[in-house]
Ligand binder design. Structure first.
Ligand SMILES: Cc1cc2nc3c(=O)[nH]c(=O)nc-3n(C[C@H](O)[C@H](O)[C@H](O)COP(=O)(O)OP(=O)(O)OC[C@H]3O[C@@H](n4cnc5c(N)ncnc54)[C@H](O)[C@@H]3O)c2cc1C
Length: 506
């Protein structure tokens, strides 16, 4: 399996094009390191024999074992393992595992390039598979740039005053295309080795130049990444915790006349597939969220238990009740992901794709709960999460003795452990990273309204009306054909069934 050393060697060779705070920085900038460590953790997982078959998979495309984040899901079991891997990785990352955007990007391209070819006689799928072989052979790490800066939200791409508000084709050449424009909020771009670029919305005929999809290394000439890293405030005494070592980054990606060779172009003007590819990415990503959101609930639930123990209030009746709310949020999102798999389907590309309705409800309902879950932590922890003296004050200066007495609440929890608990609660609940997770819970993978739109498209409302018409006595019979069609994928192998059972670390 690919190691983190190989990954770091590759990063070191990339063209410097990352900007933080107005300065051009290298990919070894310490502010990027907390995010890079999450990528490292994923590579370590793939190299760990204990997680073979979960973090790794045998790819039929290159006929070898590869990192699962580079693999196109082929079977229901693949989707179950993907969801489990994301939960597993996110628990270790203290939140975002950062590799699912790339995975959801290649998944969307695999399905859509095949469909475009079938409709238009193009050869995008073959080009894409050639790219995928290279991607999988080298087990590269990808990010996905879907979200355009979008300018005036009420205007379509072709109506914008500045065409760069959406990435678009500026020139078509024999050997490729030139593209320009802005993509924003792109997670992990500085330490990704490939960037999957796809449209963000449904497009009209006049938007044909905006119907463009491709894969390109993020250090390609003409690309600049203006990056906003987020990380935890680490301990100042040289000690640290796994949580405090990790972070993330998001970038505004500027494409300024970037050349994309033909073999990397996977959509070029097919505006009528804009909505399809945008939804394919979003729906796959919402299925991924059914793995990561349970992990975030796991972390918040665990932190709330620690805070309750430190406060010695575990026996209070309202604490148990509040803890069960985490169980509800986490188990429902996870169950929605499993249901999305059971009701998923094989696409013409061979990719097994999750059911969009279950993926969307899992994402929407659990995403919106995120502020509520942080509120539970805040309620149980008390005000110390934002008023505790700095960690350094416990370690040096005139007040060390007082502080180590002050921090004692539960006689069973010693001062040093209590300090670690409150530092963790502070970082988890009130830091810049914490705000990142709250906003990501609402908007990452699409704002709630986008999930509402997806549900409006895919949910069978007519069927529900028919139930009511029958029960009200308007229709004499009830058409239950929908229920007959809704057979889960019974073809789950015994091994896959076992995975469903062990995939739920409740
Ligand atoms: C932490 C984080 C990480 C992210 N990572 C990635 C990533 O890796 N890759 C990526 O591609 N994207 C990423 N995103 C972007 C994410 O997908 C978007 O934030 C999300 O789709 C919402 O888009 P927006 O931020 O432009 O908000 P907007 O779309 O501007 O939404 C703001 C509000 O305006 C409303 N609105 C917008 N347009 C209209 C309209 N035409 N009519 C009526 N109302 C409208 C929305 O409903 C919403 O209420 C990330 C976002 C976050 C927060």
């Amino acid at each position: 399996m690919r190691t983190k050393e190989q990954f770091h060697d590759n990063l070191a060779q990339m063209r410097p094009n990352v900007y933080i705070g107005g300065e051009k920085v290298g990919r070894d900038d310490p502010r990027l390191l907390p995010g890079i460590r999450v990528y490292d953790m994923v590579l370590d997982l793939a190299g760990d024999p204990e997680w073979k078959g979960v973090a790794t998979v045998k790819s039929p495309l290159v006929d070898k074992e590869i990192n699962r984040f580079c693999h196109l899901p082929q079977t229901p079991q693949d989707l179950i393992q993907k969801q489990k891997l994301i939960r597993l990785g996110a628990r270790r990352a203290g939140g975002c595992v950062q590799r699912c955007m790339g995975l959801d990007g290649i998944t969307a391209l695999a399905v859509c390039t095949k469909e475009i070819d079938m409709a238009k006689g193009t050869d995008y799928h073959e080009r894409f598979l050639k790219f995928m072989r290279y991607y999988q052979e080298n087990e590269l790490a990808g990010c996905c740039a879907q979200t355009d800066s979008k300018g005036d939200r009420m205007k379509r791409p072709f109506q914008q005053n500045d065409p760069n508000q959406y990435v678009h084709i500026v020139e078509r050449r024999n050997d490729g295309i030139m593209v320009s424009g802005y993509k924003m909020s792109i997670t992990t771009a500085p330490y990704a080795e490939e960037m999957i670029v796809i449209p963000t919305r449904a497009l009209g005929k006049e938007d044909a130049d905006y119907a463009v999809a491709f894969a390109i290394p993020p250090d390609t000439e003409g690309i600049s990444l203006v990056t906003r890293p987020v990380w935890h405030r680490d301990f100042k005494d040289g000690t640290t915790s796994p949580f405090c070592k990790l972070g993330v980054s998001d970038s505004l990606v500027i494409f300024d006349n970037v050349f994309i060779p033909n073999d990397r172009v996977f959509m070029c003007g097919e505006w009528d597939f804009g909505r399809r590819i945008a939804l394919l990415f979003a729906n796959s990503h919402r299925h991924s969220y059914c793995g990561c959101k349970p992990a975030i609930s796991d972390i918040l639930c665990g932190a709330t238990i620690l805070a309750a123990e430190a406060n010695n209030i575990m026996k209070a009746s309202h604490i148990k009740e509040k803890l069960t709310e985490f169980a509800g949020a986490s188990a429902l999102a996870y169950a929605a992901g499993i249901a999305a798999t059971l009701f998923g389907k094989k696409t013409d590309s061979g990719v097994f794709f999750p059911n969009p309705v279950y993926s969307n409800v899992g994402r929407r309902l659990s995403g919106e709960l995120v502020y509520h879950e942080y509120n539970i932590l805040t309620e149980v922890a008390g005000g110390i999460a934002v008023t505790m003296p700095f960690h350094e004050d416990f370690k040096k200066g005139d007040n060390v003795d007082h502080l180590n007495k002050f921090i004692l609440r539960n006689p069973q929890v010693p001062a040093d452990e209590s300090l670690k608990i409150w530092k963790f609660v502070e970082e988890l609940g009130t830091s810049a990273m914490s705000a990142w997770y709250k906003v990501a819970g609402v908007h990452g993978g699409g704002s709630p309204i986008m999930e509402t739109i997806s549900l409006g498209l895919d949910y069978d409302f007519e069927d529900k009306k028919n139930v009511a018409r029958y029960l009200a006595g308007i229709d004499e019979t009830l058409d239950d054909s929908r229920m007959r069609q809704e057979e889960p994928v019974a073809a789950l192998s015994p091994d896959a069934q076992k995975e469903v059972m062990v995939g739920q670390p409740n």
